[in-house]
Design a protein around this ligand. Structure first.
Ligand code: HEC
Length: 137
């Protein structure tokens, strides 16, 4: 291998290394966005030890605050607000199975797949829907 080719390979490896390193930064930044606490939300209680714990260790409330609150506390892009009985009434008419599946698969255009909780299992997501629905009855 010529010195030039060797140099080119080395540069490629360095670029690849940089790309991997910056991907790490991005997921770190995304994580922080998900943890943002919306004004008016009771974020301190989210981490309270009394929160309901589901399989996997993460509580419904902390999953909600981490992933769903961003849109559902503020009503972003027409998201039915947490605890808003009128906004949830037409959703409840669809039946729980529909709500579970639109949460797991997403509801285009604005409700993202898994509600952005990519660490949530399907059971975690069903628990989140139950939690939101119970709050809006
Ligand atoms: C990026 C914003 C966003 C996030 C994050 C988000 N949602 Fe939604 N969600 C929406 C919007 C917007 C709608 C209304 C969609 C529509 O009717 O077109 C919606 C609707 C829903 C519905 C009603 C679905 C139906 O069939 O009517 C449920 C249930 C729901 N979200 C649960 C969740 C859960 C659980 C999480 C967290 C794991 C979550 N959402 C996170 C934006 C979001």
């Amino acid at each position: 291998m010529s010195k030039f080719k060797l140099l080119v390979s080395l540069i490629c490896i360095m670029i690849a290394g940089l790309a991997i390193a910056s991907t790490g930064d991005i997921s770190e930044r995304i994580k922080k966005v998900g943890e943002v606490c919306i004004e008016g939300a009771d974020c301190a209680s989210a981490s309270a030890a009394t929160a309901v714990v589901v399989a996997g260790g993460a509580s419904v409330e902390s999953n909600f605050n981490k992933s769903c609150a961003t849109c559902h506390n503020a009503g972003v892009a027409g998201a039915p607000k947490f605890g808003d009985v009128a906004a949830w009434a037409p959703r409840l008419e669809k039946g729980m199975d529909t709500l579970y599946s639109s949460t797991i698969n997403g509801l285009p255009p604005a409700m993202p797949q898994k509600g952005m909780c990519f660490s949530c299992s399907d059971d975690d997501l069903r628990a989140l829907v139950d939690y939101m629905v119970d709050a809006a009855k």
